[in-house]
Design a protein around this ligand. Structure first.
Ligand code: C5J
Length: 248
């Protein structure tokens, strides 16, 4: 008597720079970095630093499409939010005092206290609100691993690959991708789902990820990731004959 056994899902391939990014949906998480009112809407942290927050809004629509697809496909979804405790005990003085902001972290702005956990402005924009079953990681730093449970969540879920979106490309996205790369994760950055207040930084930050043969990871437009996710599971060679079972 013989049986057939199904091999683990063959990896899907995304056309990416510097070469195809392969991933198994079961071990891949979508990581949405800091899509918060404080960065994307007027009256928040981003604007207080003198930035034109409208620069980031082109990321919203493609990211909505990616979220819909990964939710349908059952991938792990992790959102992050940069922010600090109300008593500022997790805010290094260097971060508080640096620069010439109109409103500093902890000051009261039109959307609540700037970059403080639990405030309206610190939460994720309505368009990309997390749904039940998704993780939300509050982080005091720019990277998602520093002083958070992010690494533990990835380990618990058996995640080895990250598809990364969010803002800003050259700050929190880059820091997280660099941290992830050093910890052995494979990272794909979705070029139209990450945003910067500075077009030049956006271009160069994406180049830096994929340069030198993918020094930090891969870069692709979301359309190519969505195409890979929708591609049919490999059929012909995904089942292999199992060894014959003999019984005495
Ligand atoms: C910044 C972030 N830019 N989320 N934070 O301060 O990139």
């Amino acid at each position: 008597m013989s049986e057939t056994a199904t091999t683990p899902t063959a990896p899907l391939a995304v056309s990416a720079r510097p070469y195809d990014f392969t991933f198994d949906p079961a071990t891949t998480a979508l990581v949405v970095i800091d899509m918060q009112r404080d960065f994307l809407e007027p009256g928040g942290f981003g604007e207080s630093l003198g930035n034109d927050v409208s620069q980031l809004r082109s990321t919203i629509q493609p990211l909505q499409a990616v979220l819909a697809a990964v939710r349908a496909a059952g991938l792990t979804v992790i959102h992050t939010r940069e922010g600090h405790l109300p008593d500022l005990s997790d805010l290094p003085p260097a971060k508080l005092h640096r620069g010439d902001a109109a409103l500093r972290i902890g000051d009261l702005g039109p959307k609540g206290r700037i970059l403080i956990r639990g405030e309206y402005g610190q939460d994720i924009i309505d368009e990309l609100a997390p749904v039940d079953g998704e993780y939300v990681i509050d982080k005091p730093g720019k990277g998602a691993f520093y002083a958070t449970a992010f690494g533990d969540v990835l380990a618990e879920k058996g995640i080895t690959s990250l598809v990364v979106a969010g803002v800003t490309t050259e700050v929190c996205v880059h820091t997280t991708v660099r941290e992830a790369n050093d910890r052995g994760f494979e990272c794909l950055v979705l070029s139209d789902c990450v945003g910067s207040y500075f077009p030049e930084f956006q271009r160069v930050a994406l180049e830096m990820v994929a340069a030198q043969g993918g020094i930090f990871g891969w870069v692709a437009p979301s359309a190519d990731f969505l195409a890979a996710l929708a591609s049919p599971a490999p059929a012909a060679d995904s089942t292999v004959p199992a060894p014959a079972v003999t019984a005495s």
